[in-house]
Ligand binder design. Structure first.
Ligand SMILES: CC(=O)SCCNC(=O)CCNC(=O)[C@H](O)C(C)(C)COP(=O)(O)OP(=O)(O)OC[C@H]1O[C@@H](n2cnc3c(N)ncnc32)[C@H](O)[C@@H]1OP(=O)(O)O
Ligand SMILES: CC(C)C(=O)C(=O)O
Length: 523
């Protein structure tokens, strides 16, 4: 049946209202307080995202909270602006009413606990007193707006008959939305679905109001419980960006909205959220609060559309639907990301080479791939620059001398020892030498295997990327009879990188010699 709502008019049966409480319940997370300017930025972003109701704060809580709700009420034009109030608080409803007054569409949300535990120990009130405060709170709220929401705090742990009486009282005294929160994240999907179905069946007047669900994540069930509540008849979903909120947080807006969009076959409801904005709103909140979402966070975590394992990458390259149930663009990412690492295979490696502009034959790809696997075992993240350095190193055709292997022992107690293998004109040659430090030993080994007159004119080492596991990129300048050449090498091992650079320079010198090139100042 279509409900005629004071703020939304006729609400079709298949519509769910998205009520965002990032600025109220979300802000209650320790360390997540926002200042006025930040709250206004967030409120505007939520309105642009298509949120139906913005719970802007708890006006009686502090002058700052009052002011931010008041300012949000001045700037938000489309979404309903809502202020929270205790049903039995002395000044709560008045403060909420005054704070939201300038909003074209405004709501007061009053609440009181209804569970035996909360009534006895927290409120220290008899159930009959709670019923009276529900009536008073809703009547008082109606003096400020026709859009009144009432919540049964700890509703999911409330005795069913008493919950029915509370809801009936709230409706009778003017509530147009009835919220049954799972305040402590205790309920299960089946239980919550049954609570909503029970209330809609038993409470007089239930067919004229919107039922709302508000779920905390203490057992990680926030989103599952929310969807179950919708199946039980709830038509307003309370949620927060990035799932922030008291303790383990609230059900995350982006997860609920994408679950509904992706599984329309099972959850046949519509909402107004412009999903491609989800990522930017999530990032705005993270920037404002200083808390990033975890990498594996659904929808907005940096790994949500990133794949490192070869079998998945291969599948994605053949057809993205093999491992992605929604497109990255649909939630604001520019594209799927194939991250190269030790679990990657040839398909993704080839794809990366193509993207970096390399057109290599199969053998070259295979050689580079083998080196990449060794590097990936040593390094947490393999960046594009690592791949470039590695491929540039690997694809030097026509080289007479090629690096094969190096073992170095070095330290402060003994001279460094280097055991080097090079492939010279197709033949493996080896040398074991000592030196004054590992680089000296390694370079001496090169001279032992391939005697030459060139002298070292420059030797410099830098990091290809950041971090202690970054590849070293080395430049070696050799000088011989007025000819000067620069060689480059890259490797996770600094000494190997130096040897590669030396060998590269030596090869260039040999080419110059063969060509009989005149003396030059640089390579
Ligand atoms: C489940 C939720 O998320 S509810 C929202 C929770 N959010 C917040 O609490 C944030 C803002 N809160 C605040 O700034 C303060 O707690 C205030 C301003 C609301 C109240 O501050 P104080 O008057 O100092 O009370 P205090 O916070 O110590 O305790 C809460 C009081 O409210 C009472 N109370 C709680 N809910 C209700 C209610 N719905 N109706 C009437 N009284 C209530 C408690 O029983 C307690 O009363 P008591 O002081 O007589 O024992
Ligand atoms: C005020 C209510 C809706 C609440 O935040 C809760 O019960 O968790």
């Amino acid at each position: 049946m279509t409900i005629n709502h004071p703020s939304f008019g006729p609400v079709a049966d298949d519509r769910v209202i998205i009520f965002d409480t990032t600025l109220r319940d979300g802000e209650q997370s320790p360390g997540f307080s926002m200042n006025l300017e930040e709250k206004i930025r967030m409120a505007k972003a939520l309105e642009a995202l298509g949120v139906d109701v913005i719970e802007a704060g708890f006006p009686v809580a502090s002058p700052g909270d009052f002011e931010s709700v008041q300012k949000i009420a001045e700037v938000v034009r489309e979404s309903v602006v809502c202020g929270l109030a205790r049903s039995g608080g002395k000044r709560d409803i008045e403060a909420a009413g005054e704070a939201i007054a300038r909003a074209p569409r405004r709501r007061i949300h009053n609440f009181i606990s209804t569970s035996p535990l909360h009534m006895k120990y927290k409120l220290r009130m008899e159930p009959e007193t709670v019923l009276e405060l529900i009536a008073e709170g809703n009547r008082a709220s109606r003096r400020y707006t026709d859009d009144v929401q009432w919540s049964a705090e700890d509703g999911s742990r409330t005795e069913p008959d008493f919950l029915c009486r509370c809801v009936e009282t709230a409706i009778r005294h003017g509530a147009t939305t009835i919220n049954i929160p799972d305040t402590v994240g205790f309920t299960t999907p089946e239980e919550l679905q049954a609570i909503f179905a029970m209330l809609r069946e038993r409470v007089p007047g239930a067919d004229g109001v919107i039922f709302s669900t508000h779920n905390h994540n203490d057992l990680g069930l926030g989103v599952a419980n929310t969807l179950a509540a919708v199946a039980g008849g709830a038509r307003q979903i309370e949620c927060t960006i990035n799932g922030i909120g008291e303790r383990a947080g609230n059900a995350a807006l982006e997860e609920i909205v994408m679950a509904i969009r992706t599984r329309r076959d099972r959850i046949p409801f519509v909402n107004r959220i412009d999903t491609p904005q989800l990522l930017s709103v999530s990032r705005l909140l993270a920037t404002i609060t200083g808390f990033d979402v975890q990498p594996n966070k659904a929808i907005v975590g940096r790994n949500a559309f990133a794949h490192e394992s070869g079998i998945h990458q291969d599948g994605i390259l053949k057809n993205a639907a093999t491992y992605e149930i929604m497109t990255p663009e649909s939630v604001g990412w520019s594209k799927t990301s194939l991250v190269l690492g030790k679990h990657s295979g040839r398909a993704a490696f080839r794809d990366k080479l193509r993207a970096l502009g390399y057109a290599l034959g199969d053998n070259k790809v295979q050689d580079a791939f083998e080196r990449f696997k060794v590097l990936a075992d040593q390094k947490k993240t393999v960046f594009d620059d690592d791949i470039r350095a590695l491929v540039d190193d690997e694809t030097r055709d026509h080289e007479r001398i090629r690096f094969v292997s190096l073992d170095v022992r070095a330290g402060s107690r003994r001279p460094a020892e280097a055991a080097l293998e090079l492939l010279v004109d197709g033949e493996i040659r080896k040398a074991e030498v000592t030196g004054n430090g590992p680089v000296d030993a390694a370079f001496t080994a090169i001279g032992t295997i391939f005697p030459h007159e060139a002298t070292l004119a420059l030797f410099s080492i830098g990091a290809v990327t950041e971090g202690t596991d970054a590849q070293a990129r080395t430049t070696v300048r050799l000088q011989e009879a007025g000819k000067m050449v620069d060689g480059q090498g890259a490797d996770a091992d600094t000494v190997v990188s130096a040897v590669r650079a030396y060998v590269h320079a030596l090869n260039k010198l040999l080419v110059k010699r063969e060509r009989g090139e005149p003396e030059a100042l640089s390579a």
